[in-house]
Design a protein around this ligand. Structure first.
Ligand SMILES: Nc1ncnc2c1ncn2[C@@H]1O[C@H](COP(=O)(O)OP(=O)(O)OP(=O)(O)O)[C@@H](O)[C@H]1O
Length: 435
């Protein structure tokens, strides 16, 4: 849980996302509200419910990105789901609970990573001992062992092959749904988990190089040092208190009564989602999870339907409405250059790995933005995603030949961009496929 103020949260988001101030502001308040709630005691703390958000705006303008970055900032378990997924044939009402089950798995992953970091130094030493055991045997004299330890630390043993025993944790074992169990309430039971518990995991000998063995042993030793049950408990708590679910395409399940047909199932999906958002308890294989304080961010373009076409109960549960604006040409140039890990920075860095010095001039950036705007207008507006397709095309040749061009300096300017994509961009039919 972060104690950043809303202003600080917005400025963090500003590093990655251009514009969309209202949406950033809304999520910043939502996050701060969580922190405020944590400061409360007793009953009042339970009463404070999250103010879920409805983001309204065209595709590719940063709705998901804002939410994802917010979650990252807060270290919160985050899951994106398309609401339309639940209208597909074969889905039944309880399937929406899978959202929470998936969120728990994500939460476990996050907590495990943090805990592993905490024991890394200790695990590192333990892994080293195991590599040494494999290299010189457990009975070698201390002198021999220490001399090998030195060689190992100097990286002299990296390519040597050793045999190590790894305990398979049951991960990757098939999962079985229990048929006929009321509402798949158990979720999925992993055979691996059952066997793992019963037999304490199976040991599998493997031959690997010292260099490859270390990370494998490291994660195994780290897992030994951390209490798995405590991880699960903390993950569940983290999901309950900090979890964020991003429900995309909510507009597509908003059906007005007049249309009939498929709308029945749309309304059905809304009804299924409602308890999750209102607060319910979902059973997972790790235990019960209360959804009362999970933050839901719903999003949609609402070109056809309106937020008022959603079930009234659902509307009430999404009280904060924010509109995201379509991106302008200026936004595109800023997205290309100013954001942390912008596409231009990424391209330059990637070419750098090949020894090619890539320079993308201001003029080139302007040309890429122009073309993105043009194709968005003529073919389909996919927002900032268009920048990716355009830049890919611009750098296509260079990407292919870069390994032969180590030491070269390549300057991409406006003309370079135009010669590579202007024809395509001018031809709507072609750009439909290529840009
Ligand atoms: N305002 C922005 N600033 C920086 N990057 C952006 C912005 N808008 C979109 N992008 C980039 O474009 C891509 C798509 O954005 P995002 O996933 O947020 O779209 P979205 O608005 O959620 O659309 P959809 O509803 O279709 O999922 C991402 O890679 C994101 O980084």
């Amino acid at each position: 849980m972060t104690s950043f103020s809303p202003r600080e949260i917005v400025s963090e988001l500003d590093r990655y996302i251009v514009g969309q101030h209202k949406a950033k502001r809304a999520v910043a308040i939502a996050l701060r509200n969580r922190w405020r709630r944590q400061q409360l005691e007793g009953q009042l703390r339970e009463e404070v419910l999250p103010k879920n958000i409805l983001m309204i705006g065209p595709t590719g303008v940063g709705k998901t990105e804002i939410s994802r970055r917010l979650a990252k900032l807060a270290g919160a378990p985050f899951l994106k789901v398309e609401a339309t997924k639940f209208t597909e044939v074969g889905y039944v009402g309880r399937d929406v609970e899978q959202i929470i089950r998936d969120l728990v798995e994500i939460g476990i992953g996050l907590v495990r990573d943090v805990r592993r970091k905490g024991v890394e130094a200790k695990a590192h030493l333990a892994a080293e001992e195991r590599v040494l055991d494999a290299l010189v045997g457990a009975t070698a004299s201390p002198g021999t062992r220490e001399s090998f330890r030195k060689k190992l630390r100097d990286g002299l043993m990296d390519d040597k092959e050793i045999e190590i025993e790894l305990t398979s944790s049951g991960q990757g074992m098939p999962m079985f749904e229990i048929p006929g169990m009321p509402g798949a309430q158990m979720g999925a039971v992993s055979l691996g988990d059952m066997l793992g518990k019963a037999f304490g995991g199976r040991s599998k000998p493997r031959r690997v190089t010292v260099k490859d063995a270390h990370p494998l042993l490291l994660s195994e030793e780290a897992d030994k040092l951390i209490d798995q049950d405590a991880i699960v408990q903390e993950a569940i708590r983290s999901v309950e208190e900090n979890g964020i679910v991003f429900l995309d395409e909510i507009d597509k399940i908003a059906g007005s009564e007049r249309r009939g047909g498929a709308d029945v199932s749309r309304e059905g999906v809304q009804r299924d989602l409602l308890p999750l958002i209102e607060g319910t308890t979902v059973s997972t294989k790790h235990g019960a999870v209360k959804t009362d304080h999970i933050l839901f961010i719903a999003s949609g373009a609402f070109h056809v339907s309106k937020p008022s076409d959603l079930l009234p109960e659902l509307q009430g549960r999404l009280p904060i409405r924010v509109e995201l604006e379509a991106l302008t040409r200026e936004d595109f140039t800023r997205i290309l250059t100013e954001t942390e890990a912008s596409l231009v920075k990424q391209s330059v860095a990637l070419m750098g790995t090949e020894g090619v010095e890539l320079i993308i001039t201001e003029d080139a950036v302007a040309a890429i933005a122009d073309i993105a705007v043009q194709v968005n207008a003529s073919v389909e507006n996919i927002g900032a995603r268009r920048l990716q397709t355009v830049i890919e095309r611009v750098l296509d040749d260079l990407s292919f030949t870069a390994p032969d061009r180590a030491g070269d300096k390549v300057v991409v300017d406006g003309d370079y961009v135009r010669t590579r994509v202007a024809d395509l961009a001018g031809n709507t039919d072609l750009s439909r496929y290529i840009l």
